[in-house]
Design a protein around this ligand. Structure first.
Ligand code: MN
Length: 266
């Protein structure tokens, strides 16, 4: 089911991993040490909606990982400054290796010393579509051409956006991420500044990074012991508290919420 989409019209010379789409992703990671998904499968895509995710990643340098689903994987770019709603602003987007679709639910901490070590927050997610219509076929050819125009339906990312390829540096292509001029464009809306919490859990980067915050969201691969025993958590309460915390930290993003973690881990 994996490799049937490979019949691109004209094979542009791309570097590695033609035959195994996630090979580079897997080569870079030690899945006995990181809780990131192993990416065993490339999902076969049908006519369903395509997803995107943006993860805020405090690695050696803070950046935003911008990922668009295409042909069963997440095409990925590291955007150091994150997106801007100002159409006159061009944000550098460095293409990185394709990620598995399961990565879309990953929020947590990659151990120090591992590839990309640091805290990962789910900053936005939703669906997207090519502006010109035509589904994945359009996106595939625009991607090959280096001129992707798409509409995002997220919580924080909305309207038309463009990714334009500038040049390649080694095997890495540099692109620019630009807001299209439409009703969502807004020169005064600094979305990176105003949205500082997880779109799914409401947690701040600090909360995700704190030992008590770890293991709450995604760690099924994880064999280590600091994972709280799931049974002890009364499901009802944790939902309530999470909601409260999400609301609270949206208003006051900088304040760490301690109360919740005491309850849920001990
Ligand atoms: Mn990253």
């Amino acid at each position: 089911m994996a490799a049937k989409k490979k019949s691109g019209k004209r094979s542009t010379k791309r570097s590695a991993a033609k035959s195994a789409p996630l090979a580079e992703y897997q080569r870079k990671r030690d899945f006995t040490k990181t809780a990131e998904p192993a990416g065993k499968s490339v999902r076969s895509s049908s006519a369903k909606k395509l997803h995107f995710v943006i993860q805020k990643h405090a690695a050696s340098h803070l950046h935003f990982d911008f990922r668009l689903e295409l042909d069963g994987v997440m095409k990925s770019w590291a955007v150091p400054k994150g997106p801007s709603y100002d159409p006159s602003v061009r944000r550098l987007a460095m293409e990185v290796e394709d990620h598995p679709i399961e990565y879309n639910t990953f929020e947590g901490t990659i151990p120090k010393g591992q590839y990309g070590g640091g805290t990962v927050m789910l900053w936005d997610r939703g669906t997207y579509e090519p502006e010109a219509g035509g589904g994945e076929e359009t996106l595939r050819s625009e991607y090959e051409r280096g001129d992707l125009k798409f509409i995002m339906h997220g919580k924080r990312m909305q309207g038309g956006w463009v990714l334009v390829r500038m040049r390649r540096e080694g095997e890495r292509a540099q692109w620019l991420l630009i807001k299209h001029r439409d009703e969502f464009a807004d020169t005064k809306h600094d979305v990176v500044e105003s949205e500082t919490t997880s779109v799914t859990t409401g947690r701040s980067m600090e909360e995700i990074a704190s030992p008590k915050g770890r293991g709450r969201v995604w760690n099924s691969n994880r064999a280590d012991a600091n994972e709280p025993a799931p049974k002890k958590k009364p499901a009802r309460k944790s939902v309530t508290t999470r909601k409260t915390s999400a609301t609270a930290s949206r208003k006051k993003p900088a304040t760490p919420r301690r109360r919740r973690s005491t309850r849920s881990t001990s």
